[in-house]
Design a protein around this ligand. Structure first.
Ligand code: BES
Ligand code: ZN
Length: 870
């Protein structure tokens, strides 16, 4: 009987079932207490669970107990002490008929972590054991109602070989430990806070800790540990500082204190995602913990600060208040991204942070929202929830929270979040709960605003400003449109808060910002007392995640780029100016290049401007962003037009770039804003010097590489050399590898810097790199370093031969057999086939068809590939 059940569990479903949001039903059984015993081993781990199960009062009496399972079989099942054999496995899940209202269920499961290549559930990484349970990984460890609205108190005993696993970690507080005389030892953990199974974690390994402490504002001491492998310890200080800063910030800004005496972070090298917020035991991809200036760039340092903060902030927005079901994912992720963005803005430059966040939104979320995988921030259905950890749920989700904060103002927003946390503490909540708390706490009506939760697509807004010199009245006519389901844009009625100012055309001054709230398809706003025709500054600080149609003249944009007092708006004006010109170039319409040169010249000449900001202003919009602005994308034409403009700017201002380059020579290394600004501007100017094709460009880059005492400068030099045809390129890349071959995170950079090369031999190089001894499909960071970077390489991934598409299709097919979650992440770049010019479009579709034709595709890949072809 057991054998039959086993094969049934292993059999893949023919057509993955679709789960619908509207089908949500509360659980029939609750599990207030979970007691786990782990006998740990890399190849054999025994898990014994005791579940205190209680029938819900609202459940039908006959409902059996449903315990989720995935790829596991029970060794034994007991109920109230008696062995049971009347359970069955349906699609991996255990159905156990139970009659009473409360029982003790005991189950034993045996696992082999060493063969777990999916990195979900309990797996081995570099000789240690660790877990990843979100979203549905717990069911690969043992049987349980693995859904976020079932909250349990966990008591966990871990036992293992002391020499293999000297450190045994789990959620909550350590309550007891002991040693056997057989070389084994054990630790007993108790987490007092009820939590869903997705927040469970354990780690066993040979680790050392950076130890520190934090005292909460109510005076409670918290022990802080960052656990890493021996040798990595001196790269953990930045993460520790970020953790302490986050703890303080959440007290000061949201009034939220930490709630345990211990906070552990563990860095692991094999991890599907960035990091995970398990209660009291965050598990991190090592790339978001380990840093020192020699091996990490300034961007890496920022990434660490942001991710450490993000996972810490989940302790309230995610753990204390969790999600009722996975359709509510944006409740914790969107809100927490908004929180980590605000934190990073407070720690550094708010303007630079906003520019970066909008870049990410436009690069990752806008394309998603206009492609076959578009979904609202609260999806209506899914086949595999792992596919919905998307830029839409995360980054657009954060923008939706930001709009609420903008409309409420700081004080009301805080009253709203206070009410939300107080009302739902200890609960599994919904997005609707959040909005309702915001409405009540902040005293506002969000009924129409709620559409952001159910509407996919990026609204397009056009705004035209008219001025009547007789009356001194300026009238702003605004329209909004939305494209859904691949059709033509239609008038829409989203609530869109637009921070707006009217600038004096002589001085650039204005008499205050207005918050315009669009809530109809067409609206007009009037402004009195305008002597001259003002210049429109709109969607300042990117107050709404929309596309502003470019209704302003190049002259107005150039004016804004020089005079707007909102730094984001200044950046945006420059981007729009360049985008308008470049998209016109691609479609063969002439444009005014001189006005761009003039605007860039003004920025370069501005001695008072912050150097980091200057660097952002003179950068051209990315090829991907330009493509996204066009109905039909021709990556080669975009590349050519962009390179022409870059070359022209470079030649025109070569002397200026060289002067800036030489002025930005950093003295001793520091992470100060000034020193970072110097490094940023130096890399940007180096890029322009290379684009000007001055004779000494390769030499300059190589010298920068050789003399660098930090990774930011090194990577900046390699980023230039990788595109060049010169002996220095080969020498530098070989030297870099030799120097850093023992540091996996830097070897990842070495792969990436080659995968983004725009040289015509890039494809061949990538094929060679895929056979490099250091390349492995088993490590997600390495796979992303090579192939993830390559899919972002517009001109080479989209090589008209179609070889780039073939490469990605093959990697999806191979990787899907061992790690479906990571494999599925490579489908979206192919999924945008409808947007490309005919030849490429067909080749992309064929690559998708090839994947679709494989037998035994995972749910993850199957969902993404079929939706992309539909
Ligand atoms: N809860 C997620 C981690 C996660 C995502 C687990 C998907 C399982 C499936 C975590 O809080 C998170 O969002 N991490 C991000 C980084 C963050 C800074 C946006 C990640 O891992 O990319
Ligand atoms: Zn998160």
């Amino acid at each position: 009987m057991l054998d039959i059940q086993k094969s049934a569990a292993a059999m893949p479903a023919i057509e993955p079932a679709t789960i619908h949001r509207e089908d949500y039903r509360p659980p029939a059984w609750f599990v207030p207490g979970v007691d786990l015993d782990f006998q740990l081993g890399l190849e054999k781990t025994i898990v014994r669970s005791k579940l205190d199960v209680r029938r819900s009062k609202s459940a039908k009496f006959e409902e059996p107990l449903l315990l989720n399972g995935d790829d596991i079989t029970p060794v034994s099942v007991k109920v109230d002490g008696a062995v049971r054999t009347d359970w069955k496995l349906v699609d991996g899940d255990m159905e156990l008929p139970l009659t009473g209202a409360a029982h003790l269920v005991e189950i034993e499961v045996e696992l082999d972590p060493s063969t777990n290549t999916q990195l979900m559930g309990l797996y081995a990484s570099n000789g240690m054991l660790c877990t990843q349970c979100e979203a549905e990984g717990f069911r690969r460890i043992t049987f349980l109602p693995d859904r976020p609205d079932v909250l349990s108190r966990y008591q966990v005993r871990m036992e293992g070989d002391k020499s293999l696993f000297p450190i045994l970690l789990c959620n909550g507080d350590k309550v007891q430990e002991g040693e056997g005389d057989d070389g084994r030892h054990w630790v007993q953990w108790n987490d007092p806070w009820p939590k869903p199974s997705y927040l469970f974690a354990l780690v066993a390994g040979d680790l050392v800790a950076n130890k520190d402490s934090f005292t909460t504002r109510s005076g409670k001491p918290v022990e802080l540990n960052i656990w890493v492998r021996d040798g990595d310890l001196d790269r953990t200080d930045h993460a520790m500082q970020a953790l302490k800063d986050s703890m303080l910030w959440d007290e000061q800004v949201y009034g939220r204190e930490y709630d345990l005496g211990l906070f552990n972070i563990v860095a692991v090298s094999d991890f599907n995602m960035g990091a995970m917020e398990n209660k009291g035991l965050n598990v991190f991809n090592s790339r978001y913990i380990l840093a020192d200036p020699e091996v990490a760039t300034d961007a890496d340092f920022d990434g660490i600060e942001g991710v450490v903060a993000h996972e810490y902030f989940h302790n309230w927005s995610g753990n204390r208040v969790t999600c009722r079901d996975w359709f509510q994912l944006s409740l914790k992720e969107g809100f927490t991204v908004y929180r980590d963005q605000s934190f990073s803005a407070d720690m550094g430059s708010a303007a630079l942070k906003r520019i970066e966040d909008v870049r990410i939104l436009r690069a990752a979320q806008f394309p998603e929202d206009s492609g076959p995988l578009a979904h609202p921030i609260r999806p209506e259905s899914y086949q595999e929830i792992s596919n919905f950890y998307t830029a839409t749920v995360y980054n657009k989700g954060a923008e939706v929270i930001r709009m609420m904060a903008t409309m409420l103002g700081a004080e009301q927003f805080r009253q709203g979040t206070d009410l939300y946390f107080d009302r739902h503490d200890g609960e599994a909540a919904t997005c609707e709960n959040f909005v309702a708390a915001m409405e009540e706490g902040g005293n506002i009506d969000f009924s129409q605003f709620r559409r952001w939760y159910s509407t996919p697509g990026t609204p397009r807004v056009s705004a035209k400003l008219h001025h009547d010199p007789q009356t001194g009245i300026a009238t702003l006519d605004v329209k909004q449109m939305l494209t859904t389901g691949g059709g033509k844009p239609a008038p829409s009625e989203m609530v869109i808060p637009l921070r707006t100012a009217l600038l004096d055309p002589e001085t650039g001054a204005h008499d205050g910002e207005h918050l315009l709230i669009l809530d109809r398809a067409e609206q007009s706003f009037t402004f009195e007392g305008q002597k001259d025709h003002p210049i429109l500054s709109i969607n300042r600080n990117f107050s709404a995640p929309i596309v502003m149609e470019n209704d302003r003249t190049s002259e107005e944009l150039a004016f804004l780029s020089a005079h707007d007092d909102d730094p984001f708006a200044r950046f945006e004006a420059m981007q729009q100016l360049m985008t308008g010109y470049l998209t016109a170039q691609v479609s063969g319409t002439p444009g005014d290049r001189d006005i761009i040169l003039h605007a860039v010249g003004a920025v370069l000449a501005d001695e008072d401007m912050d150097r980091a900001f200057k660097a952002e202003l003179v950068l051209l919009p990315s090829e991907a962003f330009l493509g996204d602005q066009m109905a039909e994308v021709d990556p080669q034409a975009i590349y050519d037009a962009r390179e022409r403009l870059r070359g022209k700017i470079a030649v025109q201002f070569e002397r200026k770039f060289r002067r800036l380059y030489n002025q930005c020579v950093p003295e001793i290394f520091s992470l100060s804003a000034d020193a970072r600004a110097d490094r940023r501007l130096r890399n940007v100017t180096l890029g322009y010097l290379a684009a000007s094709h001055v004779e000494d460009a390769a030499e300059l880059a190589y010298e920068q590489y050789r003399n660098a005492d930090n990774m930011t400068a090194m990577q900046g030099a390699l980023a230039v050399l990788t595109n060049m045809d010169c002996p220095e390129r080969k020498i530098a890349f070989e030297d870099f590898y030799k120097r850093f071959k023992d540091n996996a995170l830097v070897v990842d950079k070495w792969f990436t810097m080659q995968a983004v090369s725009q040289r015509s031999d890039a494809l061949k190089r990538i094929e060679a790199l895929s056979r490099h001894p250091d390349f492995t499909l088993a490590n997600p960071n390495r796979v992303r370093a090579l192939y993830g970077a390559f899919t972002g390489n517009q001109v080479r991934f989209h090589d008209v031969s179609g070889k780039g598409y073939g490469l990605i299709a093959d990697i999806v097919i191979e990787l899907d057999k061992q790690n479906p979650q990571t494999a599925a992440r490579f489908i979206p770049p192919l999924g945008r086939w409808r947007r490309y010019e005919r030849e490429r479009s067909e080749l992309m579709r064929l690559a998708l068809e090839k994947i679709a034709a494989q037998p035994d595709l995972s749910k993850d890949v199957s969902e993404q590939v079929h939706k992309s072809l539909a």
